[in-house]
Design a protein around this ligand. Structure first.
Ligand SMILES: Cc1cc2nc3c(=O)[nH]c(=O)nc-3n(C[C@H](O)[C@H](O)[C@H](O)COP(=O)(O)OP(=O)(O)OC[C@H]3O[C@@H](n4cnc5c(N)ncnc54)[C@H](O)[C@@H]3O)c2cc1C
Length: 423
C-alpha cells in the first residue's frame, strides 16, 4: 500500500491559489480534490494497478463526495465547475491515482461537454430546450444513482484522430437509433453504466459518411447487443480497464442523445480546448514524480530508512532540472487552460497543442528522471514511483491530441494560413 509522506511539497497545491489567482471556487475544489486524493485515492492506487482492476470503490466514494457531478451546473444540482476549474481539480486527483483521474475525465466529459461547453455553442432555442431536458435525465442518474459514463471514441483508424467520420454507425429507427460498431481502448468497459459513444449517423440516400453527422449517444451498459471483448494487461494506466466494446444493432432511444445532431462537430471545431481534458491527469503525475523525488532524497518517505541523499551535487542538479521542467510545464498548461473559450485565436490553439504536447511528454520525462535520480530502491513496487513512471508514459498516446499529432498540427498551422497552398 502506498502511504503519502506529509511534507511541505506533497501538502502544497499544484497551483497555489494566491500565486495563480485562482477563483474561490477553484481554490475550494482543488483543496477538496487534494484531501480526497490523499485520504482515498493514494492508499488504494497500487491495488488497481497490480490487479488491472477498475477502481469501483473510488467511484462510490467520489459519488458520496459530489465529485461525479463536478461539471454539472449548480442550478441542476452539481458543483458547477467550468473548464479551468475542472482541469485544475483533475490535476490534483491525478497526483494520487492516474487511472482514477483518467477514467474520471471520461465520465466528467459527458457533463462538461453537454453543460457549460454546449451553452457556448449556437443552437436554435427549441433544440436547446430539448437538449437541456435530455441532459437533465443524464445528470439525475449521475447525482442520484452515482451513474458512471465512459467515453469510447477510438476505433483503431483515423476517426479518433479527427481525420474521418467514425466507423461506428447509428441509423434512425422509430423511437431511436440502431448502433453498430466497435470501439478499442474503451476505458471503463464493463464498469461504466453508460458508454458515451461517438458515432456517425447514416442517412438514407447520403453517399458517404460525414464528420458533420457525428452523434454523441449514451448507450446503456446492459443494452442487448453490447459486448465487452479482449484482455487488458497494459504497461500503465492499468486501472482504466480499457477493453474493446462491440455494438451489434443496439437500440438506443432518442433521449440517449447527449448532444443534438451536429453539435459535436460544432464543438470540435469551435471549442478545440475540449480535447485538452486528458492532460490534467498527466499534469498531476508530473507533480507527483517531482514530489516523490524531493521527499525521497530528503529521506522522508514512510517505510524507508531515513537515509538522506540530498547532499550529493548530482542529485541537486537533477532536482533543479526537474523543477525547471515542472515550472515550464505548469506555466504553459495554466495559460492554455485559461485561454479555453469558444472560437479561440490561432495563437491560442497553437498554445493548446504546445501545452498538451508539453504536459504529456514532460510527465514521462520527469518520471524517468525521478527513477534515475532516486535510485534502485525507489523503483520497487512497494513505492508509487514505478507506477507513476508507467502511467506517465501513456499520456503521449491519447488521441485526438497525441504528442505526435500536436507536433504535426503546430508545424503545419504555424507555416500556413487557412486555405494557403504551395500550388
Ligand atoms: C490507458 C489508455 C486509455 C485509453 N482510454 C480511451 C478511452 O476511454 N476512449 C477512447 O476513445 N480512447 C482511449 N484510449 C485510446 C487512445 O486515445 C488512442 O486511440 C489509442 O492509443 C490509439 O492506439 P493505436 O495503436 O490505434 O494508435 P495510433 O496508430 O497511434 O493512432 C490511431 C490512428 O490515428 C491516426 N494517426 C496517429 N498518429 C498520426 C500521425 N502522426 N499523423 C497522422 N495520423 C495519425 C492514424 O490514422 C492511426 O491509424 C486510451 C489509450 C490508453 C493508452
Amino acid at each position: 500500500m502506498d502511504a503519502l509522506p506529509v511534507t511541505a511539497a506533497t501538502e502544497a497545491p499544484i497551483f497555489d491559489p494566491a500565486a495563480f489567482r485562482l477563483t474561490p471556487q477553484e481554490a475550494a475544489l482543488t483543496a477538496r480534490a487534494r484531501d480526497f486524493g490523499r485520504a482515498v485515492l493514494a492508499p488504494r492506487a497500487a491495488r488497481w494497478d497490480r490487479e488491472a482492476s477498475f477502481p469501483t470503490d473510488n467511484y462510490r466514494d467520489m459519488h458520496r463526495a459530489g465529485l461525479l457531478g463536478i461539471c454539472i451546473p449548480e442550478e441542476e444540482g452539481g458543483l458547477g465547475a467550468g473548464f479551468r476549474a475542472y482541469c485544475l481539480t483533475a490535476a490534483e486527483m491525478g497526483r494520487y491515482c492516474g487511472a482514477t483521474a483518467l477514467t474520471w475525465n471520461m465520465h466528467v466529459c459527458s457533463t462538461l461537454w453537454t453543460g457549460v461547453l454546449t451553452e457556448d455553442l449556437d443552437l436554435p432555442a427549441e433544440a436547446r430546450a430539448g437538449h437541456r431536458a435530455r441532459r437533465r435525465r443524464h445528470y439525475d442518474r449521475i447525482l442520484r444513482d452515482g451513474a458512471i459514463f465512459s467515453q469510447p471514441f477510438s476505433e483503431g483508424g483515423a476517426a479518433a484522430a479527427g481525420g474521418v467520420a467514425f466507423g461506428t454507425t447509428a441509423r434512425r429507427v422509430p423511437g431511436g437509433f440502431l448502433v453498430s460498431g466497435r470501439k478499442i481502448f474503451a476505458s471503463l468497459a464493463g464498469h461504466a453504466d453508460y458508454y458515451g459513444i461517438l458515432c456517425t449517423e447514416i442517412r438514407d440516400g447520403s453517399d458517404k459518411p460525414s464528420r458533420r453527422d457525428t452523434l454523441y449517444l449514451a448507450v446503456p451498459r446492459d443494452a442487448p447487443g453490447v459486448t465487452v471483448e479482449g484482455e487488458w494487461d497494459p504497461l500503465g494506466m492499468r486501472g482504466t480497464v480499457s477493453r474493446t466494446l462491440v455494438f451489434k444493432d443496439v437500440f438506443v432511444e432518442e433521449a440517449a442523445a447527449l448532444m443534438p445532431p451536429g453539435l459535436y462537430f460544432q464543438a470540435a471545431t469551435r471549442w478545440p480546448h475540449m480535447f485538452m481534458t486528458l492532460s490534467p491527469t498527466y499534469m498531476g503525475l508530473a507533480q507527483a514524480a517531482y514530489d516523490f523525488t524531493v521527499a525521497y532524497l530528503r529521506g522522508e518517505w514512510p517505510g524507508m530508512p531515513p537515509v538522506k541523499r540530498r547532499m550529493y551535487p548530482t542529485k541537486q542538479i537533477a532536482v533543479a532540472e526537474m523543477r525547471v521542467m515542472l515550472e515550464q510545464t505548469k506555466a504553459l498548461w495554466f495559460q492554455a487552460i485559461t485561454d479555453a473559450r469558444p472560437d479561440p485565436t490561432k495563437d491560442q490553439v497553437l498554445r493548446a497543442w504546445a501545452a498538451q504536447h508539453t504536459v504529456m511528454e514532460n510527465a514521462a520525462a520527469l518520471a524517468a528522471k525521478a527513477v534515475r535520480t532516486c535510485g534502485g530502491q525507489a523503483m520497487l513496487k512497494t513505492l508509487p514511483l514505478e507506477r507513476i513512471f508507467r502511467d506517465a508514459r501513456c499520456g503521449s498516446l491519447m488521441l485526438p491530441w497525441t504528442a505526435e499529432l500536436c507536433i504535426d498540427r503546430i508545424g503545419r498551422d504555424a507555416l500556413y494560413e487557412k486555405g494557403e497552398t504551395d500550388d
